[in-house]
Design a protein around this ligand. Structure first.
Ligand code: HEC
Length: 141
């Protein structure tokens, strides 16, 4: 009788461990965001007031080097030093998945942010955020 009891105890411990591992991995899977970060369709209606404005693109380049290159990389490839260990990794702006998005969608994303990237709504003025959209376009291959 004693022996059976001890075996049962051992078994329930193993079951507990298996259960907690299952819960943990489900939680971790849940924590990994789905790769598709889609801006709301209303963002596509936003018009870029600086479209084609070369001076604005140059200003965007300066801001980008100061604030974004550390994660997104000097050439926009998502290979900046600070981005190496992030999950998800910083987006590669040379990819068509980014360049096919509207200016409004890109503006909305850098305004809103998504972990681990901050939103820049309070950090940058609206026209600075559009300058960055202009500059991100220059990474198009
Ligand atoms: C701390 C690192 C970090 C910094 C600094 C950073 N980003 Fe990001 N950025 C990310 C990560 C990580 C993602 C991917 C987020 C995701 O997919 O959920 C991202 C995604 C984006 C996207 C969305 C692209 C897409 O996948 O559709 C845009 C636009 C963007 N960043 C612009 C900027 C701009 C502009 C700056 C500078 C003002 C900046 N980021 C600074 C880490 C960073």
């Amino acid at each position: 009788m004693r022996k059976i009891k001890r075996q049962m105890m051992g078994l329930s411990k193993i079951l507990m461990i298996i259960l907690s591992l299952a819960i943990l991995s489900a939680w971790q899977l849940n924590d990994v965001q789905d790769g598709n970060w889609v801006a709301p369709s209303s963002a596509n209606q936003l018009k870029n007031p600086l479209n084609g404005d070369e001076a604005a693109t140059k200003a965007g380049a300066v801001l980008y080097k100061q604030m974004c290159a550390i994660c997104h990389g000097d050439k926009g490839k998502g290979d900046g030093m600070a981005g190496m260990s992030l999950n998800p990794r910083p987006s590669n702006f040379t990819k068509s998945a980014i360049q096919e998005q509207t200016d409004g969608a890109i503006f909305w994303k850098l305004t809103t942010g998504r972990s681990p990237m901050a939103g820049y709504e309070k950090i940058l003025k609206e026209n600075q955020r559009w300058q960055l959209v202009n500059y991100i376009r220059t990474f198009k291959k």
